[in-house]
Design a protein around this ligand. Structure first.
Ligand code: ADP
Ligand code: MG
Length: 255
């Protein structure tokens, strides 16, 4: 990290491209977070570029917590989180969450049709949307629009969650273990959807995963977390070029 002065916000004025020429999307500076007397994140310094990044680490390492800091579903006890060079606390939380949208680990759909679910956010926000386009971008046949959401497979529900997030035209999608509840076929489908999304839109992705191979498939920048600390970060091609470490390979085998 090359912070010139003491705080990330001092650095924000010099917000600029990284050496690999990608702009910085998120900057976490000395972030500490505790809950229930337990330190969850310690002195986290991380920088996520525009594009697709992974937060990679074993279960319980603090990945979901770190993801939630990015759109203020959680706030650090100390330290700073910058989005596009500005402290996230300077944004209206609702507008921030519309722009930086979190797709949770397990689908949580409302009762009703797929259309009802995709329409939910835009209606609350008083915005127009095109459900069929969102479904198509999320890798679902637009004919799904009138299906009962409760009758879909988990993989399909996960893609409806994605369509629901897309309906608010986010600039960043935060994806918390998007395939952890899925079998391999559904996982491949969701990963394919995310790769197409990258190819067809300018939406940045931050993907939480415990699976090194998935981080390699889905992202080009990786932050590795262990026990609430950042242990490595950099371009995926450099960071994940080594043979997989046994303890993470085990976690991966378990899915
Ligand atoms: P991961 O997503 O990597 O599995 P989490 O960010 O969910 O990890 O959690 C990291 C650690 O923090 C875990 O040990 C978890 O039990 C603890 N933790 C997270 N949120 C809370 C909370 N609200 N209250 C108590 N403990 C929490
Ligand atoms: Mg988690």
């Amino acid at each position: 990290m090359r912070f010139v002065s003491g705080k990330a916000s001092d650095y924000a004025g010099r917000f600029r491209a990284e050496p690999d020429n990608r702009e910085v999307l998120f900057d976490l500076y000395d972030v500490t977070y505790s809950r229930g007397g337990k330190v969850v994140l310690t002195d986290v310094r991380a920088r996520l570029p525009v594009g697709a990044s992974s937060l990679l680490g074993p279960s319980g390492s603090g990945k979901s917590t770190m993801l939630r800091l990015l759109n203020r579903l959680a706030d650090p006890d100390s330290g700073e989180v910058l989005y596009e060079g500005r402290d996230v606390r300077d944004y209206d939380p609702l507008l921030l969450r519309r722009e930086v949208s979190l797709v949770p680990q397990l689908p949580a759909l409302i009762d009703g049709t797929v259309h009802d679910n995709v329409a939910y956010g835009p209606r609350l926000a008083g915005r127009s949307f095109n459900a069929r386009n969102c479904l198509e971008l999320a890798g679902l046949d637009p004919e799904f629009e009138n299906r009962d959401a409760a009758k879909l497979s988990v993989g399909e529900q996960q893609r409806v969650m994605l369509a629901r997030a897309l309906a608010l035209e986010p600039r960043v999608l935060l994806l918390d273990e998007p395939t952890s509840a899925l079998d391999q076929t559904a996982r491949d489908a969701v990963e394919g959807t995310l790769r197409r999304l990258r190819a067809r839109t300018a939406i940045s992705l931050v993907v939480v995963t415990h699976d090194i191979a998935q981080a390699r498939r889905l992202s080009d920048y990786v932050v590795r977390i262990d026990s609430g600390r950042v242990v490595a970060q950099g371009p995926a091609a450099e960071l994940l070029a080594q043979p997989e470490e046994p303890e993470l390979a085990t976690a991966e085998d378990a899915t």
